[in-house]
Every structure is written in C-alpha cells, then in structure tokens.
Design a protein around this ligand. Structure first.
Ligand SMILES: NC(=O)c1ccc[n+]([C@@H]2O[C@H](COP(=O)([O-])OP(=O)(O)OC[C@H]3O[C@@H](n4cnc5c(N)ncnc54)[C@H](OP(=O)(O)O)[C@@H]3O)[C@@H](O)[C@H]2O)c1
Length: 282
C-alpha cells in the first residue's frame, strides 16, 4: 500500500485491534468524529491513506432504540459520506457491518452467506443495513462480522472470563448460536482485505458454531477451571430481540482474499494462550 491504513473508531474493540496493525493510523472518536463531514475530509487529506477501515459505530443495540437519530448519523449517514469521500480520492474504503442485518434459519449447520436476505430488526440493525447499502453504492467493501471478543476489556466474553476466573456463577444463554471471532485475529484478516482486491459484500468469521455455554465451557476447559453457570433467557439480554442462530459463512472472503479457515475453538485457545503472561525462569 502506498499510504497508511486509516482506522476510524480506534477506541473500540475492533478499531483498537485494527489500529495495532503495522502501518495503521488509528483515530479515536475524540480525534475524528465521523459524523463531522469537514473533519472526515480533512483527515483523508492529512493522512492520504491507501485504505480506510471504518470501525466506528453506534454499536449499543438496545441504546440505539432511544437514540435513533444518532444511530442513523453514525451507522448510516457517516459511512455514506466516508465512502463517497474515499471514492472521490481513489481510496479503498472498507466498512464493518454486522450479522444483525440478517436473521438466521433455526436449522443446525445453516450458514449465512452474502446472498441471505436482509431482515434487520431494531434501530441498530436497520441503520447498519442502510450504511451497508450506501457504502456498496459508492464502490466500497462491506465486511459483515459477528460475535467479536477480546480476552481483556469490556466485551461480553472478557467480562464473563473475568467472572470465570473469579469462580463466580455465570448467567449464559443456552439457546443462542454464533461464531465467536477474536478481534485481533479478525483485524489481521481485515488488513489483508484493505490491501486490495475486489470490492463488494463479504462475510468474515471463524468456522464452526457454538452457544455461549459451549464457548465459556471451552474457555474454562482451556484454563482448567470449573464452569459454574445458570441459564439466562435470550429475551433477558435486552429489549431488542437477538437472532437465535446466526453463523456467517466466510467462505467467499477466504477464497477471494486468500484468508485461512480458523475454527472458533482453535482461535479461542490461541487468544487465551497469547494473553498468558510469559513465564520466566527464577
Ligand atoms: N462487537 C461485536 O460483537 C460485533 C458484532 C457484529 C458487528 N460488529 C461491528 O463491528 C464494528 C466495531 O464494533 P465494536 O464491537 O468494536 O464496537 P465498539 O467497541 O463500541 O467500538 C465502536 C467505536 O466507535 C466509536 N464511535 C461512536 N460514534 C463515533 C463517531 N461519531 N465518530 C467516531 N467514532 C465513533 C465509539 O466511541 P465511543 O465509545 O466513545 O462511543 C467506539 O470507540 C461495528 O461496525 C459493529 O457494528 C461488532
């Protein structure tokens, strides 16, 4: 790439992982508010990136119901403006979206590929779907991702992991199925997509599928800790209904961009290994 990789939303889970890639320049919200069109254009002119990854989002699914205008500005209008500004400058624009724009069939083994019909439920999903369409219309790349996590921080998994390590009881949804993908692993794949290749819509995820119970169970097994849990009804996660099952099929992106297939449980064990402190001989 002839310029840096510019990352918006660099203070977030995925944006932080992207900003850590070699050659990346990450801008947090305080440094670039993507809803400020003037600031957006100025950032592109200042940094002259070869590619931009938009990881900024109004990602609080339930809170979006109370702030539809803000969610629309961040998730739809700003990505549209960014993609057009990139198109005018010949910059590759990669926008991150979500499995929540789809509804998975409740059939074990069913994977959602890029041809799955849109069915966004709630303000977050609807504004994300609007943003996708605008970015695609302006010649950008849209990457749908799902169930992102890191072992540290405030994601669902990081908080559950902290409780697991403290020997506390976890409340887990047993009848929800997805494909957990570590943000750091995903960031590397997105970096490859940003380097060049076709534009359009792609799904990116690890392979396989698991419920939150199986996910935390695998983490407990890897750490040799007992898993203590009680069921949490899916409806109790929040007022906006979550898909019972949504597993993205990343096959097209893997074939197009030469990315590896990584099983969710291999990715999990690697993520837990990577965070382990290095043992030093005494
Ligand atoms: N996490 C998941 O499991 C998941 C699943 C599917 C798809 N995704 C998608 O992945 C992308 C990244 O999500 P994430 O989990 O990393 O979310 P996140 O941790 O909430 O990060 C989003 C970042 O965007 C920032 N932001 C909000 N409004 C902004 C604005 N106007 N200008 C600039 N920055 C702004 C936020 O800052 P503040 O914190 O200050 O608001 C936050 O740092 C999103 O497109 C999301 O839809 C995530």
């Amino acid at each position: 790439m002839s310029g840096p990789l510019l990352v918006t939303g660099a203070g977030g889970l995925l944006g932080g992982a992207l900003a850590a890639l070699p050659g990346a320049v990450g801008l947090r919200r305080a440094e670039l508010d993507i809803t400020d069109g003037g600031a957006l254009n100025a950032a592109l002119d200042q940094h002259r990136p070869a590619a931009v990854v938009n990881a900024a989002a109004f990602a609080r699914v339930d809170a979006a119901e109370q702030a539809p205008a803000e969610a629309q500005a961040v998730n739809a209008a700003a990505p549209a403006a960014l993609a057009l500004a990139c198109q005018r400058r010949g910059i590759r624009c990669v926008h991150i979206s979500t499995d929540y724009v789809l509804r998975g069939l409740a059939v074990p083994g069913h994977l959602l590929d890029e041809r799955a019909p849109l069915d966004p439920v709630g303000v977050y999903a609807q504004t994300k779907a609007e943003g996708e369409a605008a970015v695609l219309a302006a010649g950008g790349v849209v990457l749908r991702v799902q169930w992102l996590y890191a072992t540290q921080g405030t994601s669902f998994f990081a908080r559950a992991l902290a409780r697991l390590r403290a020997g506390e009881l976890l409340r887990l949804v047993p009848d929800q199925v997805g494909c957990p993908t570590p943000a750091a692993l995903l960031a590397g794949w997105i970096g490859r997509v940003a380097e060049g290749g076709p534009t359009g819509l792609f799904h990116l995820a690890t392979t396989g599928e698991v419920s939150p119970v199986g996910w935390l169970g695998a983490a407990a097994a890897a750490l040799a800790l007992p898993l203590r849990w009680e069921p949490l009804p899916r409806a109790a996660i929040g007022p906006v209904p979550r898909p019972a099952r949504s597993c993205l099929d990343g096959g097209l992106a893997r074939a197009t961009f030469g990315l590896p297939a990584v099983a969710w449980d291999d990715a999990l064990r690697a993520a837990l290994r990577d965070e382990a402190p290095v043992e030093r001989p005494s």
